[in-house]
Design a protein around this ligand. Structure first.
Ligand code: KIV
Ligand code: NA
Length: 264
């Protein structure tokens, strides 16, 4: 597979070709995913839950993400790798730049931050200094204690309007991609139409420009429960390469996620 860049991803949005993404935390899985059709690899702070066994993502450090980003990058030089910025590592532009630099040096192509308009100055500073940014709206797990649990977000007209304006603010600041997590399908569609950068959904219906899943959910081995929006692709295929191929094919064709995996 050829090397994927932000230009490739923009072109895919323009041509309405779905972007496929999975989380990975090591070289072997990253290479396997890439070799079987995955466009984007995320070194997610979900590793605090699926690797470290935590109840949430708050204990993950920048060093943890840097370590796993180096491992993922070692899988292939061709990978497009997004690295998550952990809880409290991007409170202001200076902190954001210092911590993001460590992740870029570890091999990331882009960093992901959770939040809306309040990130404006940090995103401007990061992109000015050559660090591409992915936003993340909706159920942003680092705010789980504010939400009072892992709950669907963006229900109701006021919350929906706020999320649309947050998405526009992220794009205006320079963000080049946005993850939308656990929001109604209709809102994800509105956001996808409101911005010119690609949107990647998880629990956000099939109207986004791409999809992402946590790899442990894709193969049904998450320590906790499997979320409603996820699907065990290993069950029907029986081996890892075919599970990944099926996920990619179903995302590309629009078959996944189907209505049973979405929120109204
Ligand atoms: O940490 C993670 O895996 C994520 C995805 C679920 C988008 O942020
Ligand atoms: Na994350």
């Amino acid at each position: 597979m050829s090397k994927i860049t932000v230009s490739t991803l923009n072109k895919m949005k323009a041509e309405q070709q779905k972007i496929t993404a999975l989380t990975a935390y090591d070289a072997s899985f990253a290479k396997l995913f890439h070799d079987n059709g995955v466009d984007v690899i995320l070194v997610g702070d979900s590793l605090g839950m699926v690797l470290q066994g935590g109840d949430d993502t708050l204990a993950v450090t920048n060093q943890d993400i840097a370590y796993h980003t180096r491992s993922v990058r070692a899988g292939s030089r061709e990978l497009f790798v997004i690295a998550d910025m952990p809880f409290m590592t991007y409170s202001n532009p200076a902190e954001s730049c210092k911590n993001a630099a460590e992740l870029m040096r570890a091999g990331a192509n882009m960093v992901k931050l959770e939040g809306g308009e309040w990130l404006y100055d940090s995103i401007v500073a990061l992109t000015q200094q050559g660090i591409p940014v992915c936003g993340h709206l909706g159920l942003t797990p680092q705010s789980v204690h504010v939400f009072g649990g892992f709950k669907i977000q963006g229900r109701g007209a006021e919350q929906a309007q706020k999320m649309i304006s947050d998405a526009k603010a992220l794009e205006a600041a320079g963000a080049q991609m946005i993850v939308l997590e656990c929001i109604p399908t209709e809102l994800a569609k509105l956001i996808t139409e409101a911005v010119s950068i690609p949107t990647i959904g998880i629990g956000a219906g099939n109207q986004t420009d791409g999809q992402i899943l946590v790899m442990h959910d894709l193969v049904g081995i998450s320590a906790g429960y499997i979320p409603k929006f996820s699907k065990n692709f290993l069950l029907e295929t029986g081996n890892m390469p075919d599970a990944v191929k099926k996920y990619c094919n179903d995302v590309k064709s629009g078959a996944f996620p189907s209505t049973e995996h979405e929120f109204k």
